[in-house]
Design a binder for this molecule. Structure first.
Ligand code: AMP
Length: 313
């Protein structure tokens, strides 16, 4: 008998806790810990055993139950190669858990930081290890293209993300990038959010003027955030507007300022960012147009364009 009491049949797959075996911690978000686990389905032994990421919910009150149910139902509707797959939820015992596809290279922000030109400034993790391989321009563009494909799909489903940032994208096998977090706000990246009033945390550095001023979030505001994600990718995970306080960022953005071109970014890629940062939401590129341009830039026949004049060493 599930402990999560609903007045209807859940719209998501219910997974029994006995099918999961926890292996290690992967990280922690505002909603709780994330574990790497094995999953073996009792109903489908043919499927074998595979690795999954299990989000263990910290809060299990009545309000959280509604949020949990809403989020799990929504996640069930999303299926795309650039959206982290939701396998189902565990509600037969507390704490409740959500089971996701495991993305072996972790979150995109950390992934970029340890491979960027300033990686030596970061604390080394683990023992002696070879430095991770540098990322070519083509790989950076392919990562951006993956996210734009996921975002185009979300827009086609009339879903507004509101918190698109590299910290909310995950890197899997063969460096495929997927959008992986649909809940607002996180603990480990708390400096990326600005607290307004009591509990509201806003990712102001990723927000367009209309969202900062009127809290208006639309597919067009997601396009602006995508432009900031492109900037993060070409800056190897730097915080947008670093060196400025959140209050200063609000003044800059509402005063019409945009982020500068990151070092060694091809002009075509910066132009794409500028197209996402038009002040008027209806003047911005659509996610579809952004995706088409990125597909073009990733194709081998644009080798002679301005794109390859700058080389990232
Ligand atoms: P979150 O609760 O989504 O903020 O996740 C916290 C951390 O757990 C992330 O920064 C990742 O390092 C890790 N994580 C979350 N989901 C996954 C996943 N599907 N695969 C691998 N690692 C994950």
């Amino acid at each position: 008998m599930p402990l999560l009491v609903l007045d209807r049949k859940p719209e998501y797959k219910v997974i029994s806790s006995s099918c999961l075996h926890s292996l290690k911690d992967l990280g922690e978000g505002v909603f709780g810990k994330v574990h790497l686990s094995t999953y073996s389905s009792s109903q489908d032994p043919e499927a074998g055993k595979f690795l999954v990421a299990v989000k263990i919910l910290k809060f299990c009150g009545e309000e959280s139950a509604k949020d949990f149910d809403r989020e799990a139902s929504l996640l069930t509707q999303l299926t795309h190669k650039n959206i982290v797959q939701f396998h189902g939820a565990c509600v037969d015992e507390k704490p409740w858990k959500m089971v996701f596809e495991y993305m072996e290279n972790g979150d995109l922000n950390q992934f970029l930081r340890v491979r960027g030109p300033d990686a030596h400034l970061l604390e080394a993790h683990g023992g002696p290890m070879d430095p991770p391989q540098k990322l070519s321009l083509l790989i950076l563009l392919q990562m951006a293209r993956d996210i734009s494909q996921g975002m185009e799909y979300l827009a086609s489903m009339h879903y507004v993300h509101r918190d698109l940032a590299t910290r909310n994208c995950l890197v899997g096998k063969n460096l495929v990038v997927k959008i992986g977090d649909f809940g607002m706000s996180r603990d480990i990246y708390s400096s990326d959010y600005y607290r307004v009033g009591g509990h509201t945390l806003l990712p102001v550095r990723w927000m367009p003027p209309e969202s900062v001023m009127y809290r208006k979030f639309t597919s067009e505001s997601d396009v602006w955030s995508f432009g900031v994600v492109l900037w993060e990718i070409f800056s190897f995970g730097k915080q947008p507007w670093y060196g400025y306080s959140n209050q200063e960022v609000i003044q800059l953005v509402t005063g019409g300022q945009v982020l500068p071109c990151p070092l060694a970014t091809p002009p075509d890629a910066y132009q794409l960012m500028l197209n996402c940062w038009q002040t008027q939401p209806n003047q911005r590129s659509t996610m579809k147009a952004v995706n088409e341009r990125l597909v073009e830039l990733c194709s081998p026949c644009v080798k002679n364009s301005t794109l390859y004049l700058n080389v990232i060493e």
